[in-house]
Design a protein around this ligand. Structure first.
Ligand code: GLN
Length: 439
């Protein structure tokens, strides 16, 4: 299929379904898109098409795409137009990916359900009436609905993997420091990574190969070996670590589905299965939030109503305000070194635990989300909402890579499983994920 045909098919679908699903916040003009698709097809014909030629792409609304609104799904930045391309966006354009629009999300990436967007919740195309997960709600839903081939999301504590799991698609959080965040409006600078969502591991891997790489504008990339040298693939018998999640509150049906998957994989590939225990993993959620609150508060000081958009305290929704106010309080109390510093220490301890575990296994696997998605609009407590990420946050604290792939359905709702590998072993993780995907 040509790029133009692919585009036209998708635009058709979007016209029919976007109102109901609320996935795109902004679409480029049809005329412009058609012209660009034709240009890409010409390049393909001449044999000079880039790696993403033919692919239709959507971008989460917290990543700068020149000339498009980067609203972060917030009233604060509702009319703010991106003045430049994020590093990842310029890479996509160079490889002939056709970016068609900006995707809905939780406001400022603060949420796990897709419901905190100031422009209304995203529907889950794979389970209508249920939340799609978040915060990259639109990015996962766009792939599930067939609106795009690949999308970009951002993941602070699970925002790529969580919606991927609920919508039945693949979502990949790269190792911390392997993809530049230049041009991302981040939630928490010490945890965020941009990553791809797609309908299979191969497309997610393709996008990762395009967006990763050194960028002098993002200083966290300084010591990243994978940018310079490819990671080796496993060729010996793969040792799979199954994470001990007995101390965490995971719904029994999700546990059961996961256990069946592990058994199937063992039978099919002869994987050596080992139990892995990470000490203090039950503290992950409590460790994560002080870090996010403080770093988000500090990052939002530029939204003061003079430089960018409206003043955040006056225009943001309740979840964002909770974080801004909470972050301000923690920052004030910080002279005692009590909260942020303690959280940093626990982050380090959990990270070290994972490094140790990866000495004896190739990967660590676990379910992606501990519970099934709730109905859109159903009231759940803040604690319940935060606990959706109990299984995804550990990878962010440790800085390692993690991918969620579909592992089956419960009551007709997609459920995902995660494969984690050590920092900068993203390539190896993709290989293993492809094996699980085939089961
Ligand atoms: N749900 C988590 C939060 O609200 C994760 C968000 C994210 O990864 N951006 O912080």
């Amino acid at each position: 299929m040509s790029t133009l045909q692919n585009l036209q098919q998708k635009l058709e679908l979007i016209k029919k379904e976007n109102k109901k699903l609320n996935i795109f916040l902004e679409l480029r003009s049809e005329k412009e898109l058609i012209e660009e698709a034709k240009r890409i097809d010409e390049r393909i014909k001449k044999g000079v098409g880039g790696k993403l030629a033919g692919k239709i792409i959507g971008i989460k609304a917290n990543i700068n795409v020149h000339g498009m609104k980067i609203s972060c799904a917030s009233k604060v930045l509702e009319d703010y137009v991106a003045p430049y391309d994020a590093f990842v966006v310029s890479k996509i354009k160079k490889e002939d990916g056709l970016i068609i629009g900006m995707l809905n999300m939780d406001e400022f990436a603060s949420g796990g359900s897709g419901e905190t967007s100031a422009f209304g919740p995203v529907q889950n195309p794979s389970a209508i009436g249920k939340i799609p997960g978040g915060s990259s709600s639109g990015s996962a839903a766009a792939v599930a609905a067939g609106f795009v081939d690949i999308s970009l999301g951002s993941d602070t504590g699970g925002s790529i993997r969580n919606p991927a799991s609920h919508c039945g698609v693949v979502g990949l959080k790269p190792s911390y420091g392997s993809v530049s965040r230049y041009g991302l409006i981040d939630l928490s600078m010490s945890l965020d990574q941009i990553g791809p969502l797609a309908s299979d591991v191969s497309d997610a891997g393709l996008m990762l190969s395009v967006i990763k790489g050194k960028d002098e504008k993002d200083s966290i990339m300084d010591n990243n070996p994978s940018v310079h040298s490819p990671t080796t693939h496993p060729n010996k018998k793969i040792k799979v670590g199954v994470l001990d999640i007995s101390g965490l509150n995971v719904e029994p049906e999700i546990r059961k589905l996961f256990d069946e998957k592990v058994e199937d994989a063992r039978k099919k590939y002869g994987f050596e299965i080992k139990k892995v225990k990470i000490k203090n993993i039950e503290l992950a959620v409590e460790t994560y939030y002080p870090l996010v609150y403080v770093e988000f508060f500090s990052g939002t000081r530029k939204f003061d109503g003079r430089r960018y958009g409206k003043k955040i305290e006056e225009a943001a929704g309740p979840e964002v305000l909770r974080r801004v106010l909470g972050g301000s309080e923690i920052s004030k109390a910080e002279y005692k070194g009590r909260y942020y510093n303690t959280a940093l220490k626990v982050k380090k301890i959990i990270g070290d635990e994972f490094s140790k575990a990866f000495e004896s296994v190739d990967c660590i696997i676990l379910p992606t989300v501990p519970r099934l998605p709730h109905k859109i609009g159903e009231r759940i407590s803040v604690e319940e909402m935060y606990s959706y990420d109990a299984l995804t946050i550990p990878a962010n604290l440790a800085g390692c890579c993690a991918v969620s792939i579909p592992s089956g359905k419960i009551k007709g709702i997609p459920v995902g499983m995660q494969i984690m590998c050590n920092k900068f072993e993203d390539e190896k993780m993709l290989k293993i994920a492809e094996m699980f995907e085939k089961i």
